[in-house]
Design a protein around this ligand. Sequence first.
Ligand code: 13P
Length: 257
Amino acid sequence: MRKPLVAGNWKMNMTRATGQALVAELSGLPAAVEVVVCPPFTLLAEIAAHCPAGVSTGGQDCFWVPNGAFTGQISAEMLDDAGARYGIVGHSETRGRFGKLDIDAGDVGYFAETNTTVRRKMEALMRVGLVPILCVGETLAEREAGRTEDVIREQLEGAFQGFTEGDMAKTVVAYEPVWAIGTGQTCAADEANRVCAFIRQWFPAGVQNQVRVLYGGSVKAENAAELFGQSDIDGGLVGGASLDAAGFRRIVEAAAP
Ligand code: 13P
């Protein structure tokens, strides 16, 4: 039986004061749901130290080398040292699209992440015992071109290359259609479930029942129960709606079996 998981991705939001106030309001969430908050790096240690029981923390990204001359980067070892237990990898806001980046044209892959760098980050997180939350998903153009499954297969193949089945089973995959992120345009629950099932079936048979597959993209209190009620959706990766304690609580409650 897979335990439902709801992770809040705070992205580049919150201060020490507002972040602490938010997690202080997250006590008493249902124990049947694993709850993770992913603050910006600057807040990670402090939030990890102040999280109520049942809530753990994750980083939003990491670099794959443990330490060294990599200005501006944070390693998986540093996430671990700060108290994190999870790490988001391959978010569409850190990936590049088709290997090129045109911010002026509205490309949101600001950090030119490739499937290869995603894999190195996955390996780095596993090396220190953190759980990767791998984000996969297609853009609107890719969906309209009928390439959704191809794009996701490529992302999965890239991220998990060389992984043992045992390591695959420890990871979490989040299906985040790029067109549904921050747009208010949620993917219909049955379609989200169809793609999450496709992701699950990509894994070897022995892994399929263990790997947790989340949905992310405009999840809110109003649509969470329908999404989490689907057979292949084990919870959510929540952006904007994770910044409000009352709304996030309702989303977590919606994931309780
Ligand atoms: P929103 O919930 O704001 O659409 O963001 C989703 C997301 O990108 C979570 O990682």
